[in-house]
Each structure stands twice: as C-alpha cells, then as structure tokens.
Design a protein around this ligand. Sequence first.
Ligand SMILES: Nc1ncnc2c1ncn2[C@@H]1O[C@H](COP(=O)(O)OP(=O)(O)OP(=O)(O)O)[C@@H](O)[C@H]1O
Ligand SMILES: [Mg+2]
Length: 492
Amino acid sequence: MTTITRTILGAAELAGLLGQRAPTGEQAAVIEAPLEPGLVVAGAGSGKTETMAARVVWLIANGLVRPDQVLGLTFTRKAAAELSTRIGLRLRQLAATRLVADEVVLAGEPTVSTYHAYAGRIVAEHGVRLGVEPTSRLLTDAVRWQYAARVVQVYDGDMSHVTMTPASITAHLLDLADELGEHFVEPAALRRYTEQLIAGVRALPDSSRKSGVYKDVQNVLTRQLARLQLLPLVEQYIRSKRTTEAMDYGDQMGVAARLAQEVAEISRAERSRYAAVLLDEYQDTSHSQLVLLRSLYGDGHPVTAVGDPCQSIYGWRGASAGSLQRFPQHFPLADGTLLPEPAPVRVLSTSWRNDGRILDLANAVAGELRAHGAVVPVLAPVPGRALDGTVRCALLETAQDEAQWIASRLAEVWAENQALAARDEPGLSAAVLTRRRSQQRVLETALRSRGVPVEVLGLGGLLDTPEVLDVVSTLRVAVDPGAGDALLRLLS
Ligand SMILES: Nc1ncnc2c1ncn2[C@@H]1O[C@H](COP(=O)(O)OP(=O)(O)OP(=O)(O)O)[C@@H](O)[C@H]1O
Ligand SMILES: [Mg+2]
C-alpha cells in the first residue's frame, strides 16, 4: 500500500508535467471528479475519450488507484486499442517524470477491452453456474447467418403472411432473435403479446365513416401476422444453437448479464478487482449490457460513463439514448439512504475536431434530435475559430458526377497533405461517409483515378466489387438454384 503524503495534483498541473495540452475547466472537472459514479454528456469531438484517458492517469498519479485496478470499456476493438494507447502513452510519460514511484505506475496495466470481450470473460469464468460450458462455441456473424439460413431453408410451416425473399427472412429472423435476446423476452411471450394486440385492434368498434380498419392499421396488423409466422423459425434457430452448444454475441451478453444479476459473488469479485470503471460510448449500450453493468457496478461503485445522445448508432439493437439520460438514476451515489442521490452529470462543450462553420451546420442538423429530447450541450468552436471552416453543398445529376466532385476536392486536400508532410507538419485526414454501400465503389474508383489512396472500412467495399459479386452469386446459385437475384446477375 502506498500512503499519500503529498497534496493532490490538479489535472492542469499534471497535463503540464506530462507535456499534454491543458484541459479546459470543464475537462478538469471530469478528470478530477471524486471516486464515485458520474456521467459526462458531450458532443462529437469534445474530448470525451481524451478526458477519460486523462482521468485514468490522474487517478493513478495521485495514488487513488493502481493501474491494474482500472477497467475501461468501449465498443470496437479499434476504439479499445486507441484508448489503451492513449492511456499507455501518458503512463509512460508519468513514469518518466519520476513524480510517482515506479512501483505505482508500473504495477500492472489497465484493462481496456470491448464490452463484448468483457462479457466473454465473465461467461468463460462463471458460465458453468448457468450450465454454459466453457467449450461453448462463439458464432461469428457469418456462421450465425448460416444457422439461420438453414432453418429458413428447411422450414415448411405456414408463411402465407410473409412476403419476403429467403435472404430477407433470414435477416428478419436474426434481427427478431437478437431483439428478443437483448431484452430477455421468450418467443412465447412475444407470441402471446402479438396475439393480444391483433385481437385487441380487431375488437375495436368501426368508425362512423368506415367499416373495418384503416389501411395504415391494416399494414401494422399484416406485419404482426407475419411476425407470428416468423416466431417458429426463431424458436428453431434458438434450438439449433442450443443443440450444438453454440452462442452468438447476443447470447453471450445475455448470459453475462444473468450471471451478474444472479451470482452476487461475481459482482463482489469484479468490484474488488476494479477500483475505477470507465465506460466510453455509453449511448450505445444495449439493454443486456446495461443489466450487466448495473448488476456489477450499480451500487455506488466509481463508474465514469461518457456519451453523446446524438451519436447513438445502435437504436435498432435495443440501445436507447434513454439509458444515457437515466445513468444518474441507474448508477446513483452510494449514500446508504433509501432514496440515493443521482450521480452528477458533467458536460464538455468545446469541439476540438471542427471549426465554427462546420459546427453551425452540425448543430442545425442535430436540432431535430434535440427537439426529440436529446439533452446535450451545443458545441462551441475553440475560441477564435468561429468563422473558420467551409461547408460546400452540391446537387448533382448522377452518382458519377457526385463522385467526381468529391474526388476533385479530396485530391486538393491530398496535395495539401503531401506538402505538409514534406515540411514535417501534422497531416490532414479526410473521411467520406455514404448512405449506401453501393455508392462506395464509384467513389473509390474516382478517388484512385486521381491518385488519392483510399481505405474502405468494413467488408462492405469488398462485397460490392463486381468480381467478388460474381463469385458470390455463382456460389449462391450452386447451393440454391432459386436464388433469383443471384441468377439474374449471372444471366445478365
Ligand atoms: N483540451 C484539449 N486541447 C486540445 N485538444 C484537445 C483537448 N481535448 C481534446 N482534444 C483533442 O480533440 C480531439 C477529439 O477528442 P476525443 O476523440 O477525445 O473526442 P470525443 O468526444 O471522444 O469524440 P467522439 O464523440 O467522436 O467520441 C482529439 O484529437 C483530442 O486530442
Ligand atoms: Mg470518443
């Protein structure tokens, strides 16, 4: 045990010692927050992740926690690696200052992982308590699809209300199975609910002007009827996973959440292992992730969550920006009273990533989200950059024109970047976002033809390449001669 005799180092002072940029007052308040639950709600590029990394180092530098007592969770492996790098860099800088004893800074490393990997560890260590063998296979998305596609292929029950291709049915089946798992709802319960809903609507009296239901209502009913016919497939899919002792990521998260809820020992162990927990991208946590985290750490444990309600990207998967807003109630301060005090909320309102004009546009677009209740401070530019940045907008006739237009601008940026690199100055980066995957191919070609190097993120780009599409179509037709869209591609 290290006893602290010196006074606590401030966030700004520490940043100065480490050669890091000075935090704003808002950032310092987050970094120096007491060891108790707290939420940070802030917009894109306001330094949420950066501030979290700084908090970890501040806690360690002041001897409040040891490095190996820190748990940081985020969504993607890429983000976890980045957070880990940011923390690691600062810890090495801290060690170099000789400000803190080596055994304090070098006592192990913080654990930074994805929410999924963390759930995976809980299941691997404790799953047997719920009958989950450590040998259970984890299904990748592709294998999951195969399981579901097989169920769809051999199913011969009534599908009179389902007017979709087998591929869409497979996708729907998986979505439905995921949502049910995510919210701990059994298919039978959804069946009962759906039947009651349909019966309830049909039992309503006709309006004075029309007999029967309105078209919009009929559409809803038709979808409910289709859902009822999909449920046996969902049940079959769940059974096929069980009989082969396989789990998908959703199942794994569900099992971890149930373990955390039911086995008090697990939360005791996790709490004593991690003295400080940091949750990044909290707006994207799903229901089962929330249950997991709350069961483990909801008793007043020092959890710092950061998130932006306007960046919630998993709405379809059971994540709701609502969980961000409710964090203070879900993770109250442990004051031992019956009505615990909600955790404090802090904000960051300076955008470091964008100039004033771009922020104006972003704030205007996000206005719609605010009107729907997203509570997050409006981002302000770094002082002096209010009039910086340029927003250009174009309405072009074809996708080709659009790609050329974007490529010509990016070619200029690339040239500027080369010039900066030649002078050893920090380079510029550029990203192109597309609404649909199919647009990426055209853009990529246009950019490459101007000598701009391109990285297409995800498998998306590859799967839309004509050569790959031909191979995939051939394989699909070989397995299923009725695969209409694939057949058409090969014949045309
Ligand atoms: N006090 C500061 N001074 C200068 N730059 C800063 C400061 N705080 C953060 N930044 C920079 O701002 C950029 C954005 O930071 P960061 O990625 O942490 O934001 P974020 O809020 O997590 O973004 P996102 O919403 O995309 O998750 C980074 O390049 C970071 O280094
Ligand atoms: Mg971030």
